[in-house]
Design a protein around this ligand. Structure first.
Ligand code: ZN
Length: 298
């Protein structure tokens, strides 16, 4: 039986899997609808999902990505506002899968797994890199010289929840005035729905780049990104996420706004900006890469 590493990326709509061999080559990727996989029972649903793909292989390690805050030991979920589940639904998951497949199992914040994929793709493993992923929320990930920076409690990098949003709006995290109230896919969708445009939301940047709301939206985003670049002095800045992947997203305008606020001459002069390549399976591949890197610690 060949040894493999398993990465799972669990989102609200789809759950994706990637298997890597010992040389970190992708053996398989696939996806199914989350509601079909989980059914009534998370533990049984995920076990059957894994079993189907793992088949004859010998599993060395499993990493499961979630849109969630994860405990410092990467074994428990602290909060999971975007999955319509409670943290306690996940409390038996790691011991259950560990026993079932006789291997180490870790949970990880989904944005960190996208970051691991991008760090590997752009060969930034031994550098300092920051990832800003503008999706439903405003995801942020910190890569410091060979590993993720997770913080004391495992919850570092909550850029979307710094208090620079609309003071009249409640954030999904429960606090008032988080940046995500202004600067997230959720905020963009909310504005779009108020406008009653006659085009689909995917065309928002094709038609409305000069609208004051979109200009402010980009300015807020640029200020947030410039702040973290000025704080961390990274080698690389990775920009991605569903909103930045929309047609005609004004990436060059965003870069010009960044140039206004990133400190000169450094870190501005030496900063390299990378665009994260959109792919259905980046998070699952990142999870499997992380699974393969955990081996030395177990
Ligand atoms: Zn918040």
């Amino acid at each position: 039986m060949a040894d493999i590493f398993v990465g799972i990326d669990m989102g609200a709509t789809h759950i994706r899997i990637c298997l890597l061999d010992q040389k970190s080559q992708v053996i398989l990727t696939d996806r199914q609808k989350t509601k079909d996989v989980l059914g009534e029972n998370l533990l049984n649903g995920l076990t059957d999902f894994c079993q189907k793909y793992i088949n004859e292989h010998n599993v060395k390690s499993i990493v499961i990505g979630l849109p969630a805050a994860i405990s410092a030991d990467r074994k428990n979920v602290l909060s999971v506002p975007n999955l319509n589940m409670e943290p306690q639904n996940f409390s038996d998951l790691v011991p259950y899968l560990s026993k079932k497949f006789n291997c180490e199992v870790y949970l990880e914040r989904d944005v960190n797994l996208q970051m691991i994929y991008d760090v590997n793709f752009y060969k930034l493993q031994n550098k300092i890199a920051l990832g800003v992923y503008l999706g439903t929320g405003l995801g942020f990930s910190i890569w410091l010289n060979g590993r993720l920076f997770l913080g004391t409690n495992g919850v570092a990098g909550e850029l979307g929840h710094i208090p620079y949003g609309d003071k009249n709006l409640l954030c999904s995290c429960g606090n008032q005035a988080c940046l995500e109230t202004l600067c997230s896919g959720r905020a963009l969708k909310h504005w779009y729905e108020e406008q009653q445009f006659e085009f689909a939301i995917e065309e928002i940047f094709t038609h409305q780049c000069n609208h004051p709301f979109i200009k402010d939206y980009l300015t807020n985003l640029a200020k947030a990104i410039s702040t973290v670049v000025n704080l961390f002095d990274p080698h690389g800045l990775i920009l991605g996420g569903g909103v930045m992947d929309m047609p005609d997203f004004p990436l060059e305008s965003l870069k010009r706004l960044l140039a206004n606020h990133i400190r000169k001459p450094l870190p501005y002069r030496n900063l390299t900006i990378f665009k994260a390549e959109p792919s259905l399976f980046n998070g699952a591949i990142g999870a499997a890469l992380y699974a393969s890197q955990h081996i030395g610690e177990s």
